[in-house]
Design a protein around this ligand. Structure first.
Ligand code: DGI
Ligand code: FE
Ligand code: FE
Length: 189
């Protein structure tokens, strides 16, 4: 992989609002740090982190248009909750606009919001880094989850998915089947 991380970072600074840009850089470095601990490719993890939310600051209309024009399937639930599409569209942008051809990096971006059963180590790292990067401060149990992240990826996934599902339920938000399936898979693993 010979991608220019600095170039991608500067593109994200233009594309995203300041808060989302700061989060993005935090995710890139947190993912890089986790990758180093777990013996994964640090550069790949940082690229995935840098690009994971590239579609977060566009309108839902634009996200849906990009999907419709490029044969990216949109479920009924995604039509009702189009912010969820920023992950699929993020994968598309990483591939088409930034020339990322590493399947593992692209999958990590595509599944960073819901997770999926049978995630690769890199996918788990991005999912967890997104939740624990230093600018995050809202979620409950963050201290425990941050400590756990450097010890056991699967256990940490279960903690995050548990808290995410109970947050979504209490807020009355629709739950994507993939989010539920991911929790069930790692809970029973
Ligand atoms: O884009 P970020 O905010 O950095 O993080 P993210 O892509 O993980 O999105 C986080 C939000 O996504 C969080 O509020 C929980 C929500 N989410 C995760 N799974 C589902 C979901 N929202 C709905 N409605 N349904 C889901 O299954
Ligand atoms: Fe996201
Ligand atoms: Fe994010």
């Amino acid at each position: 992989m010979a991608y220019d991380l600095n170039k991608i970072r500067k593109a994200m600074e233009k594309e995203l609002d300041e808060r989302r840009y700061n989060h993005t850089v935090g995710v890139a470095y947190t993912a890089g740090s986790l990758a180093a601990i777990y013996g994964e490719d640090v550069e790949k993890a940082m690229i995935a982190g840098m690009l994971h939310d590239s579609a977060k600051c566009m309108t839902s209309r634009k996200r849906i248009d990009i999907c419709n024009k490029n044969q990216i399937p949109v479920s009924e639930l995604e039509y009702r909750n189009p912010f969820l599409l920023h992950a699929k569209v993020g994968r598309y942008i990483a591939k088409e606009k930034y020339g990322i051809d590493d399947e593992d990096v692209l999958n990590a971006i595509e599944f960073h919001t819901t997770g999926r059963p049978g995630m690769s180590t890199l996918e788990k790292i991005l999912y967890i880094a997104d939740y624990i990067e230093p600018h995050r401060n809202q979620a409950t149990n963050l201290l425990e989850i941050r400590k756990s992240a450097y010890n056991d990826l699967d256990k940490t996934l279960v903690m995050i998915l548990h808290d995410t599902l109970s947050y979504l339920r209490s807020a009355g938000n629709e739950i994507d089947q993939l989010t539920q399936d991911t929790y069930d898979y790692y809970k029973n693993k």
